[in-house]
Design a protein around this ligand. Structure first.
Ligand SMILES: *[C@@H]1O[C@H](CO)[C@@H](O)[C@H](O)[C@H]1NC(C)=O
Ligand SMILES: *[C@@H]1O[C@H](CO)[C@@H](O)[C@H](O)[C@H]1NC(C)=O
Ligand SMILES: *[C@@H]1O[C@H](CO)[C@@H](O)[C@H](O)[C@H]1NC(C)=O
Ligand SMILES: *[C@@H]1O[C@H](CO)[C@@H](O)[C@H](O)[C@H]1NC(C)=O
Ligand SMILES: *[C@@H]1O[C@H](CO)[C@@H](O)[C@H](O)[C@H]1NC(C)=O
Ligand SMILES: *[C@@H]1O[C@H](CO)[C@@H](O)[C@H](O)[C@H]1NC(C)=O
Length: 493
């Protein structure tokens, strides 16, 4: 394998080089990072975006995903290695993590799959799959903790195998999956794509949550992991294919090439229960997701591509390869201490598969310091912790000249533990993504913290993203503020 992968595949971005960097004094001035500027100008989206042809509610699992924690830990470890710092454990003790799932049919068989805008393959385990631990030792199937027995391809009349190929993906946290490749009718929210290429996993090392039975990826064809030949140990030639929504567009099933995601923040009560929360937003095909928006706060910007040879960002719309839904962020700012930090033309990945926002160190530190009381970086947890009663400044992100606001509720993430005085502890939803200096660059991500506040609509034909500010909603914030801190269950770390 030429590169390691994580559930969201960071490895390409991890080698991004910064073209030049200049920065001011961290606590008082504007930080400027120069990377690249797209040659396509941002514009106001044609208004309004069409309503979607197909919409499906997103279901979030209970916040028990070891996989997500491992993923975040892997990300932190890779960044710690780059930054020379020590953030080896992330969100340990936090059972309030979220994973966005949706119902998907392979033929007539139903599964819940993780919705991931940061990777591209769609897969489920085959019934009878072999489960392995991360050291590649066989273990009981239950240890993979899938939400079902798996896909029985022989019971599906619409399934055909793709001979001579194999599916083989390895995540940076050590999870890995391999198996056969086939074509199947895949249905999501009433949108039925025929002959969709899928991975059918017969060997899985997976840190499941007991609900998901795999993953549906929505990023570029260039991030797919099907290989020529049937031996996963001998995979040299990647054979890119169209992921689910690309196939839907190719088959003319939607009236517009729009994939739209609206992720709701969960309520604290739902996060604190072990049940599924059935109502945590939408993924929509063919138009904008059906949630309330502030349509005057919207912008359409190009997806940032890469030079495939060097995996560095490349300007313009020709000669580039698209991997992620990356955008240029111009500015991040927050109220409270009146400092403004600019990160000019920084590539940031919009990723539904990542819980927190990972921003440059200067921004993260100063933002944490502006909480009242200040949030404190906790190396054991790999987050900034603060009492849940803290006052949180409003964080904003400017993209294409339009400023999007992050609800303060998204920057108080309940950890389910208490400090020595018995106060409930929360984490900031914004974390240190590493310094913005250095030849190696760093991976910056706008994860669920940001995505709870916008509708992100991807146009896969023009390779553009329209971001629209959501109308305020209350599912999480009011619960977080209303709850009596002493009623929070203490969870083991
Ligand atoms: C990208 O475009 C900007 C502005 O047009 C230019 O300053 C920069 O040098 C370009 N970068 C690359 C890598 O071509
Ligand atoms: C990282 O932190 C842990 C606990 O805070 C400590 O035990 C460990 O020695 C540290 N490692 C390094 C490389 O600093
Ligand atoms: C899979 O389906 C086939 C055909 O219907 C059936 O014979 C077989 O028992 C099923 N396997 C499992 C494990 O359910
Ligand atoms: C796959 O491998 C076979 C056998 O080596 C070869 O004939 C074929 O051209 C390869 N296909 C691709 C797409 O590389
Ligand atoms: C969290 O769950 C525990 C156990 O079910 C319960 O005792 C507690 O009241 C819940 N807390 C909140 C805020 O819902
Ligand atoms: C995938 O990458 C190839 C070059 O490696 C490029 O020609 C193609 O346009 C890319 N596809 C997408 C969807 O970006």
């Amino acid at each position: 394998m030429p590169f390691s992968r994580s559930r969201t595949i960071y490895s390409f971005a991890a080698v991004l080089a910064l073209s030049s960097v200049s920065r001011g004094t961290p606590t008082t001035t504007t930080t400027t990072i120069t990377r690249h500027v797209s040659s396509i100008a941002p514009r106001t989206p044609s208004s309004p975006l069409p309503a979607a042809d197909f919409s499906v509610p997103i279901t979030a699992s209970a916040p028990r995903s070891k996989a997500k924690k491992s993923l975040l830990r892997a990300l932190r470890e890779s960044q710690a290695a780059q930054a020379g710092s020590n953030f080896t454990t992330v969100l340990a003790g936090s059972d309030f993590d979220e994973e966005y799932l949706t119902n998907v049919k392979f033929g007539e068989q139903d599964f819940m799959l993780i919705v991931d805008t940061g990777s591209s393959d769609t897969w489920a385990p085959q019934v009878g799959y072999a489960c392995f631990n991360l050291d590649n030792k066989p273990v009981a199937q239950s240890q993979c903790a899938f939400g079902s027995a798996g896909f029985n391809s022989s019971a599906s009349t619409t399934f055909t195998v793709d001979p001579g190929t194999n599916f083989n993906i390895e995540y940076a946290d050590g999870e890995f999956l391999s198996g056969t490749v086939g074509f199947e009718t895949v249905t999501v929210g009433g949108l039925a794509v025929k002959q969709q290429e899928i991975g059918v996993v017969d060997k899985a090392a997976w840190d499941g949550d007991g609900f998901n039975s795999g993953l549906i990826g929505f990023a570029s064809p260039n991030l797919t992991f099907v290989f020529n030949g049937t031996n996963p140990d001998d995979d040299d030639t990647q054979i890119p294919y169209n992921p689910f929504f690309y196939s839907a567009v190719q088959q003319g099933l939607v009236s517009h090439p729009f994939l739209s995601v609206a992720l709701d923040r969960g309520s604290f009560a739902a996060e604190n229960s072990s049940d599924l929360d059935q109502n945590l937003g939408f993924i929509s095909f063919g138009g904008i997701a059906p949630v309330g928006v502030i349509s005057s706060t919207a912008v359409t910007v190009p997806i940032q591509g890469y030079d495939a040879a060097t995996f560095t960002p490349k300007n313009g719309s020709t000669g580039v390869t698209y991997f992620y839904y990356s955008v240029d962020v111009e500015l991040m700012s927050f109220t409270g201490n009146h400092e403004i930090f600019g990160t000019t033309n920084t590539d940031i990945i919009l990723d539904s598969g990542t819980t927190l926002d990972y921003v440059p160190t200067d921004v993260a530190d100063a933002f944490a310091a502006a909480f009242d009381p200040p949030a404190v970086k906790d190396d054991d947890f790999g987050v900034y912790t603060v009492v849940c009663t803290a006052t949180v400044p409003e964080f904003t992100v400017t993209i294409g000249g339009v400023t999007f606001t992050v609800d303060p509720a998204d920057n108080l993430f309940p950890l389910g533990i208490q400090d020595d005085d018995g106060n409930e502890l929360c984490a900031s939803g914004t974390f240190d993504g590493g310094p913005s200096t250095g030849a190696e660059g760093n991976v910056f991500i706008l994860g669920d913290t940001f995505l709870h506040n916008v509708v992100a609509t991807f146009n896969i034909e023009t390779d553009e993203i329209t971001l629209t500010q959501r109308a305020p909603y209350t599912s999480g914030s009011s619960d977080v503020k209303r709850r009596a801190p002493s009623s929070v269950r203490r969870r083991s770390v």
